[in-house]
Design a protein around this ligand. Structure first.
Ligand SMILES: C[S@@+](CC[C@H](N)C(=O)[O-])C[C@H]1O[C@@H](n2cnc3c(N)ncnc32)[C@H](O)[C@@H]1O
Length: 285
């Protein structure tokens, strides 16, 4: 799957900045009354909304002093929520220009541009100096990124010693057929679906130790069934905006994806890992 197809997928995603602003306006809230509390009910493009981001905040022990990178930040929902909730500073990076533009606009409307910023870039070659961040996060994005060893090495590179990488991702259990993989790659623009064991091993090779792995499979299966129903409830809006063929193609791909959770082929987890610090490394040598 090429980077261009992921960008097209997100350019035409049923949830986008325009749809969020329409949903806010439908609640009778004008642009000048938009706050983070208003946006956070609409702008989290991962499973479980702000409750999932709260779990990540607790797992990562986010503090006001943290300098956070949101890898594949989308419309910026988690980045804004982290800064608003904890007072930390957040930078988001995303490959899709329309997502970055939407994230900047929503952040400006929420009055958070002082502590939350977004740049366009690939997670495989991030435009940041070594050791820039104390924490990197990602939610339901890494399945789109084709080269996990390089992705994790990039995350480790931009983290300071003892920095944390805490992310949730779509996984498989080792029984993903070639046909299902092809359908997922073309329908959902995934590029590489990892296993939990694969992540643990690749993180270790990048000098990252896994602190904890929380299995989210059951919870995500329930959420995904609800998401499919939610996308279907937006049928008339999506057809009006993007056409019937687009709606039906997305619907088929999503139904297949949800089916793989229901049949136990796909899984999900929150993985908390930590970069070795220089003192600990020296002690071992
Ligand atoms: C499911 S969205 C998640 C957004 C965000 N984490 C959230 O929870 O709201 C996945 C995002 O990953 C981005 N993405 C996919 N491949 C990428 C890559 N190689 N580098 C940077 N961003 C990428 C997409 O553009 C999209 O915005």
């Amino acid at each position: 799957m090429t980077a261009g197809s992921v960008e097209r997928f997100y350019d035409f995603h049923p949830i986008n900045a325009r749809q969020i602003l329409d949903a806010v306006a439908a609640r009778g809230i004008g642009a000048d009354a938009i706050t983070e509390e208003v946006l956070q009910q609409h702008d989290q493009d991962h499973y479980g909304g702000t409750a999932a981001t709260d779990r990540l905040i607790v797992e990562a022990g986010v503090r006001a002093e943290d300098v956070v990178l949101d890898v594949c930040s989308g419309m910026g929902g988690p980045a804004r929520y982290l800064a608003w909730k904890t007072g930390c500073d957040v930078t988001g990076v995303d490959i899709t220009a329309s997502r970055v533009e939407g994230a900047i606009e929503l952040t400006r409307l929420a009055g958070l541009s002082g502590s939350v910023r977004f740049v366009r870039g690939s997670a495989l070659a991030m435009p940041f100096r070594d050791a820039s961040f104390t924490l990197a996060i990602a939610q339901e994005s890494f399945a789109h990124v084709p080269d996990k060893p390089r992705l994790l090495a990039e995350c480790a590179r931009v983290l300071r010693p003892a920095g944390r990488l805490v992310f949730s991702d779509i996984l498989h259990r080792g029984n993903l057929s070639a046909q299902d993989k092809r359908e997922l790659f073309s329908g959902m623009t995934f590029s590489d679906i990892a296993t939990a064991e694969g992540y643990v091993e690749q993180l270790r090779r990048c000098g990252m130790e896994v602190v904890r792995l929380v299995d989210l499979t059951q919870e995500w299966t329930r959420i995904l069934v609800e998401r499919l129903a939610m996308y279907r409830s937006l049928e008339s809006q999506t057809v009006a905006r993007l056409g019937r063929e687009h709606f039906e193609r997305y619907d088929r791909a999503y139904e297949h994806f949800v089916g793989l959770y229901q049949s136990g082929v796909l899984a999900g987890a929150l993985i908390h890992s930590r970069k070795a610090d220089a003192a600990a490394r020296a002690g071992r040598n």
